[in-house]
Design a protein. Structure first.
Lengths: 351, 315, 531
């Protein structure tokens, strides 16, 4: 069986801005609906949204924090978009991020004695390999056994979470960490350089932007073209001589590698050690960010920024306006449903 | 490892716990069997279970009646099932994305509504759960007694539901229609079966049972609600459905496997066994992938799985 | 004793975009008869019957059953009126048993299934009509012939008075076809009516009591079968008198006068022919998706600068043949050569690399990606090559320029290379496919129904282009259900029936009646003198 290749995700080379109108509309409508929800339960939506905005952009620090949160969202969204545009419903970004984090931390700890010039790139490569393998498993299972990738990747997500828990509670536990589930700190010199004074914005953000450029490059490449053909129609792909199986595997490997980089960013830029809750909820968020951004690199950058603002602002909103952070999840959910139903709403026909 | 702790009572305790831990998964999985047999993959189960948990809690808390809570849980589940149905059957959008959206919506909405209703308290509001009702005579059976016959009403309900579901699926016209619609909707359509209606009914059943599955966590197990309390059980239920090859009785076995794994990992900790609990927790997911591989190779998925139906075959 | 009229269809008209499928058709079906419905591809037979079965609604006209005027807007309504239909693609639930399939959707008053009673009921009905079937067998384990019996039984169980069979023997073995004929007789003796859609003349003569011929959407002939002959039916089906054969008289061929006339006499010397052939097929046996042999031992070759037309009604193995010789389908037996190289094991990619152009029969689902813009569609097969990709990166401007050239050269009506292919009309989409395929000056062109669904202007354009390619020296295999097309373009016509080569005729020797007979199943060797 195959999932319906969503042909709506084909993006013409130009015209991304026109395609973003429905997305923007969905966002606004979601905010409206959520606002109504708040009103109905006796809270003040205006205060809530004010809290949200100021929480995200109120001060310089908050703004950089928004960018910090944006980084993994954007990287994961790019990862998701590569698979989705090939018609592969890979929802394993969270697990792939975790494996990337594990692999890079392990490399940093095991080869800690190597000179920085070798070690630093080694950690990124390890992250890429970790994520790529984790994702590639699902791709191979789909290509050779026709195993539904939605189920395999979500199972792999859980396995990854438990694997991480196992490692930080066991083999990789910091011997001097008072039995906290965490790994030892990585070498200080490996910590990613900060971009600004204060705040946590580091070069992982630049890496994310580079990946946006990389994605744009990819979709202009022959391989990107192959990916889109397979995603648009397996029949046409075969007719024009493409090897569908190997393209599916390649695409999942690429997606996984990119997600692995997000894991690397979280460890070497933020946490500096392996911890259990490194990726909570990022998997489904990545899907929402990717879809709202129409699976286009720049669209996803904008969408990642908006969602980061929602998350950072949401935390502040909870503290200041007393509105639970969960509103942000509600907004996300409504957005997805609106995106899905939008062709129904806009044109009155099933998509 | 403390071997002397392994008494008969200990083992029966673990098995009994397995049944209880399996219940929410079992309920949800049986419902999803109907949904998937009709050709729809509902990835929104996790969100539906959470909403059902919330509905169950609010219903019981505000009326003081646990059974009203049960009803509320099921009704909430039906609403979310209908939402999924509308997007999959009428809008004919991508089921994978729809399901994920509903899960995200459900998990956020349930948390939000709970917070709006109760605010943030140091001691969360609680309920008295369904009491354990040992079945006379049967619960005195050695071994099997405490394992199967010393549970609360909801667990019994779940267990009875299995043969009822099997009956419905295999021995009624409705069940035949559901299986036909998932396998070959054009064959069903030609013979006068209303494909859309049948699919809607299947998501309603699935939603009601998933809501009940979430409701069980609150009303039959923990007595309170907290955010994300289902911890992935919705996805596990989907895995169980595949694992069970879309059969209610095998779904019971599948759910018990997961229940046992959970019970085991707790008990192994008590016994201080040197296998890390996290590795044990992985096992069900690994097994699911392996089963999925063998099932998919022989292409036993319902024929029209995940594909929206257009009469006349045009797109 | 006049037979009782069961169903009457009056003035039935049905239009689809660009085509008039049924044109004021009047037809009557009488009780207790097997009524054959004969016609070429596109004659409108299936459409007409789909209307009777409620899958389509007619734009005009009336249907009456048992003298009462009725409106049939769904299969359920048709079944309620006693009308049953067995399609070419069976609508069965494969994992279910025969009984489960038959009782699906039927209300017997109880919510519970009573399979045992139902199985007995099914067995009874089967007995009544002498249909051999095991009610408890699972459909997926049955042979195709047996599956057909399940479909027939399904209608009989629901008390069908009139049973429509669409090309029923297309996938049956000769023995199964005979059994079917016997079963049909049995039904008819019990007062049922059978409508037998077919293109096989022998069968129609043998099995039917009354026969009606449709051509281009209109009813052109009807008679008691005993009052007509195969030859007459063939003529009515094709509709052209032998004197219409001259190419210059056909509207299509006007533009082609002078092209290909110097093609010369057919090559009778097989040996020399093969060594120079652009495509050689030997003893080809290909199975279809159901595992049945669709191509049974085809042999032919095509010389450079020649067009070989393959005539035949749809479903006689043409699709499988086309797929096999372009690497899209594996085959058990036989060899294929492209020029001097054996291409038996080639993948589609290899054919592309060896400059074999393929114009597929399904431009929308296989030839083009409708959501992509015109320029991307133009390079679907060649984007890896030099000007279009450099070091892995696509050179957009060269692709766009290339597409622009194609649009101009092939006169594709479109605002430009940037619009989505879905905005092009059918004719222009096909021109785009043609442009793409011909742009690399292929040595061999496989054209499968290249003008399907196109208007006269677009079709004529495509014919001209193919003729130009022939003049350039390309070899062309033209598979088509449209005899006019074949007659106007081919140097030789090979008729395919039931996966086999019924015979090949150079154009000068072709006469329509012969072709009609071959298309209906008579091998060339059996063609006697005209009666």
């Amino acid at each position: 069986m195959t999932a319906n290749a969503d042909s709506e995700n084909q993006v013409p080379w130009k015209n991304i801005w026109a395609r973003l109108y429905p997305a923007a509309f969905s966002l606004l409508l979601a905010l409206l609906i959520s606002g109504l929800l708040l009103l109905v339960s006796g809270r003040d939506p205006i205060a809530a949204y004010k809290g949200l905005l100021s929480g995200a952009f109120g001060t310089g620090n908050r703004f950089t924090e928004t960018l910090v949160k944006m980084t993994p969202f954007l990287i994961l969204a790019i990862s998701v978009s590569v698979s989705f545009r090939c018609g592969v419903w890979n929802i394993g970004a969270e697990g792939q991020l975790i494996l990337g984090a594990i692999a890079s931390t392990w490399a940093a700890l095991t080869f800690g004695a190597l000179p920085l010039g070798f070690l630093a790139p080694l950690t990124i490569i390890a992250a890429i390999i970790g994520g790529a393998i984790w994702s590639g498993i699902a791709g191979a299972l789909k290509a050779y056994f026709n195993a539904n990738e939605v189920i395999t990747t979500s199972m792999l997500n859980f396995i990854a979470v438990y694997f991480l828990a196992y490692l930080v509670n066991g083999p990789l536990m910091d011997p001097e960490g008072f039995n906290f589930p965490q790994s030892p700190l990585i070498r200080e010199s490996l910590e990613l350089p900060r971009l600004l004074q204060g705040g946590r914005l580091n070069i992982a953000f630049i890496v994310a932007l580079l990946l946006v450029a990389g994605a744009l490059f990819y979709w202009r490449s022959a391989q990107g073209f192959r990916t889109e053909i397979v995603g648009a129609s397996r029949r046409v792909a075969r007719h024009v001589g493409l090897n569908v199986k190997s393209n599916i595997i390649l695409v999942t490997v690429i997606s996984g590698g990119i997600a692995g980089i997000a894991g690397w960013g979280e460890i070497f830029g933020i946490h500096l050690r392996l911890i259990e809750a490194i990726s909570v909820g990022m998997g489904s968020l990545a899907v929402v960010v990717a879809l709202l951004g129409e699976l286009h690199p720049i669209g996803m950058a904008v969408s990642a920024f908006l969602f980061a603002a929602l998350v950072v602002g949401g935390n502040a909103m909870e503290r200041n306006a007393g509105v639970p952070f969960a509103l942000v999840d509600v907004i996300q959910g409504i957005i997805i449903l609106l995106i899905l139903a939008r062709s129904f709403i806009f044109r009155g026909r099933p998509s | 490892m403390n071997i002397d702790l392994i008494t008969v009572a200990f083992v029966t305790g673990v098995l009994a716990a397995s049944v209880r831990l399996a219940t929410p998964i079992l309920l949800t999985a049986v419902g999803e069997v109907f949904t998937e047999r009709a050709g729809i993959l509902n990835l929104g189960l996790e969100g539906t279970m959470l909403m059902g948990a919330l509905g169950g809690f609010l219903g019981a808390y505000w009326t003081g009646n646990l059974w009203i809570g049960v009803l509320a849980a099921m009704v909430t589940g039906v609403i979310f099932g209908l939402l999924m149905g509308f997007i999959s059957i009428t809008v004919k959008a991508n089921q994978v994305v729809a399901g994920l959206g509903i899960t995200i919506l459900g998990s956020g909405l349930s948390t939000l509504m709970f917070r709006l209703a109760f605010g943030l308290r140091s001691t969360p509001p609680t309920l008295d759960i369904f009491p354990t009702v040992p079945i006379p005579l049967l619960s005195d059976l050695p071994g099997l007694g405490p394992v199967l016959f010393e549970h609360n009403a909801l667990v019994y309900l779940a267990l009875i539901l299995v043969p009822i579901a099997a009956l419905l699926l295999y021995r009624t016209h409705f069940g035949l229609a559901i299986r036909a619609v998932g396998e070959s909707p054009d064959a069903a359509d030609t013979r006068g079966v209303n494909v859309s209606l049948t699919r809607y009914l299947s998501v309603i059943i699935g939603g009601a049972l998933a809501g009940l599955g979430g409701g069980y966590l609150v009303l039959g197990s923990l007595g309170l609600f907290w955010t994300q309390m289902t911890a992935g059980r919705g996805f596990i239920a989907i895995a169980v459905v595949v694992f069970s090859k879309w059969d209610p009785v095998r779904a019971l076995l599948g759910a018990l496997v997961f229940g046992f794994a959970s019970a085991l990992q707790i008990s192994l900790q008590t016994l201080r066994v040197p296998i890390a609990s996290e590795l044990l927790l992985m096992l069900p997911y690994i097994v699911t992938i392996l089963v999925l591989i063998s099932v998919s190779r022989r292409a036993e998925f319902p024929g029209a799985f995940v594909v929206p139906y257009y009469r006349g075959g045009e797109k | 004793m006049a037979p009782e009229i069961l169903v009457q269809m009056k003035g039935i008209t049905k239009r689809f975009p660009g085509v008039l499928a049924n044109d004021r058709i009047d037809l009557e079906f009488c009780a207790g008869q097997v009524h054959g419905l004969l016609g070429e591809n596109g004659a409108g037979k299936t459409t007409l019957m789909n209307i009777l079965f409620g899958l389509y609604t007619p734009d005009d006209g009336e249907i009456s059953v048992n003298g009462q005027s009725v409106v049939i807007n769904s299969p359920t309504a048709a079944i309620a009126l006693g009308i049953g239909m067995v399609h070419q693609h069976y609508r069965l639930v494969r994992p279910f048993t025969v009984t489960e399939n038959i009782i699906l959707g039927l209300d017997d008053g109880s919510p519970l299934l009573n399979l045992k009673t139902a199985a007995c009921g099914v067995a009874e009905v089967a007995e009544q009509y002498s249909i051999r079937i095991d009610p408890l067998a699972r459909v997926e384990e049955l042979s195709v012939g047996e599956q057909q019996r399940v479909e027939i039984l399904n209608s009989l169980y629901r008390d069908a008075k009139i049973l429509i069979l669409d090309e029923p023997t297309a996938v049956l073995t000769p023995q199964e076809a005979d059994e079917l004929a016997v079963a049909l007789r049995g039904m008819v003796e019990q007062g049922k009516t059978v409508v037998f859609i077919s293109h096989k003349l022998d069968e129609v003569i043998k099995v039917t009591d009354q026969v009606t011929v449709l051509r281009a959407g209109r009813k052109v002939f009807t008679s008691l079968t005993s009052d007509t002959s195969k030859n007459q039916l063939a003529r009515e089906m094709i509709g052209r008198k032998p004197s219409d054969l001259k190419r210059t008289e056909s509207a299509f061929t006007m533009a082609l006068v002078g092209a290909g006339e110097e093609g010369g006499p057919a090559h009778h010397d097989k040996e020399t022919a093969e060594t120079q052939a652009a495509l050689t097929v030997r003893d080809l046996h290909v199975r279809d998706d159901r595992g049945l042999l669709a191509v049974r031992g085809m042999n032919f070759n095509i010389q450079p600068g020649k067009i070989l037309g393959i005539a035949g009604v749809d479903g006689n193995g043409q699709r499988e043949l086309a797929e096999a010789i372009t690497g899209q389908r594996r085959f058990d037996r036989g060899q294929v050569w492209v020029a001097r190289e054996e291409s038996t094991d080639w993948a589609p990619r290899d054919y592309i690399e060896h400059n074999v152009a393929v114009i597929t029969e399904d431009r929308q689902a296989e030839g083009l990606i409708l959501n992509f813009d015109v320029s991307r569609n133009a390079v679907l097969k060649i984007f890896r090559r030099k000007p279009f990709a450099h070091r892995g990166l696509l050179n957009v401007s060269s692709i766009v320029t290339f597409a622009q050239e194609l649009i101009e050269t092939f006169d594709v009506m479109t605002p430009g290379p940037h619009v989505a292919a879905s905005t092009l009309s059918g004719g222009n989409q096909q021109k785009l496919v043609l442009a793409r395929e011909l742009s690399q000056s292929p040595a061999l062109i496989i054209a499968n129904k290249p003008t399907r669904g196109l208007d006269i202007g677009a079709a004529a354009y495509i014919h001209q282009k193919l003729a130009d390619e022939r003049a350039r020296g390309a070899a062309i295999l033209l598979i088509s259900g449209d005899l006019d097309e074949l007659l106007s373009l081919s140097d030789r016509i090979l008729v395919m029936f039931d996966g086999q080569n019924m015979g090949a005729l150079p154009l000068e020797e072709t006469d329509l009646e012969k072709i009609g007979l071959m298309m209906g199943g008579t091998p060339q060797s059996d063609l006697g003198d005209r009666r």
